[in-house]
Design a protein around this ligand. Structure first.
Ligand code: ZN
Length: 270
């Protein structure tokens, strides 16, 4: 075989064609809505030789000597019993085996089509190839894939929209917290627990009041405070830190933080 041919597996056990012919075959399959029946496509030298020997022995079907070589060996011919000739012609495939029979030019092999890319009206329609462990194949059709997974796509789209909505809401809440922080600042106060329960406890105080933090909330607020630069200028507790809302919480975290803020007791007016 000449090394110049890129053999492309046309799928469904139908063998191979040369790259341009294979891409055309993919477009034809798509136009038909199913893989076209193909008895034989590309041939190796050995396969062509077998056809040649049969032709020599029985006088049919017509076959060229493998050293010619035949168009089948070039990967630009196929034999098919599914013959929408107009569709084939539109895609650049033509019946070529004519002989003079009883004085008339006659199509003697209606199943044999050869591909001429210059006459393919669809040659500019892109078909992607994939290399599968050294074998070139037609890439799965994206349109078909998308149609097959329409529900998955819709679900993914809804998820993206929901995430965007949460982001916008979280940003608005963060902005509100930041404004509060400017006017009054939330403060985290570390408190050592009683001897029976010596672990650290935390209290969040701010313009709206104060609340004790549950252990499940502490790590979150502490992490946030650690990540937030602050100026320790509060006069009443050197350990206090400002929660400025500069850092955006994740939506899940915001659910916790907003609960904490919601249950704060009104601040004492002194
Ligand atoms: Zn043929």
């Amino acid at each position: 075989m000449g090394g110049a041919i890129t053999k492309v597996d046309i799928g469904h056990g139908r063998g191979w064609l040369e790259e341009q012919a294979a891409k055309s075959q993919a477009r034809i399959d798509r136009a038909l809505g199913h893989p076209q029946q193909i008895t034989e496509a590309g041939r190796s030298w050995e396969q062509q030789n077998a056809h040649w020997l049969t032709f020599q022995k029985y006088g049919k079907p017509i076959a060229l000597h493998p050293d010619t070589p035949s168009v089948h060996q070039k990967g630009r011919a196929k034999d098919t019993d599914e013959r929408d000739v107009a569709l084939m012609n539109d895609h650049g495939w033509f019946q070529t085996v004519y002989r003079v029979v009883n004085g008339k030019r006659t199509l003697v092999e209606p199943w044999h089509f050869e591909y001429d890319p210059a006459r393919d009206n669809h040659r500019h329609e892109v078909v992607e190839l994939v290399n599968d462990n050294g074998t070139w194949r037609i890439a799965p059709d994206k349109e078909w894939d998308e149609m097959a997974t329409q529900k998955e796509m819709e679900a993914a789209f809804r998820k993206v929209v929901a995430e965007e909505v949460v982001k916008v809401v979280a940003a608005e809440v963060a902005k509100a917290v930041k404004q509060n922080a400017r006017s009054g600042a939330y403060k985290i106060v570390g408190v050592q627990g009683p001897p029976s329960n010596p672990g650290p406890h935390m209290k969040l105080t701010g313009p709206e009041g104060e609340t004790q933090l549950a252990p499940s909330e502490m790590h979150l607020v502490r992490r946030h405070v650690q990540a937030t630069p602050y100026v320790s200028d509060t006069p009443w507790d050197p350990k206090s830190k400002f929660v400025t809302g500069e850092e955006l919480f994740t939506p899940d975290e915001w659910a916790i933080v907003s609960k904490v803020l919601a249950r704060m007791k009104p601040a004492k007016v002194s």
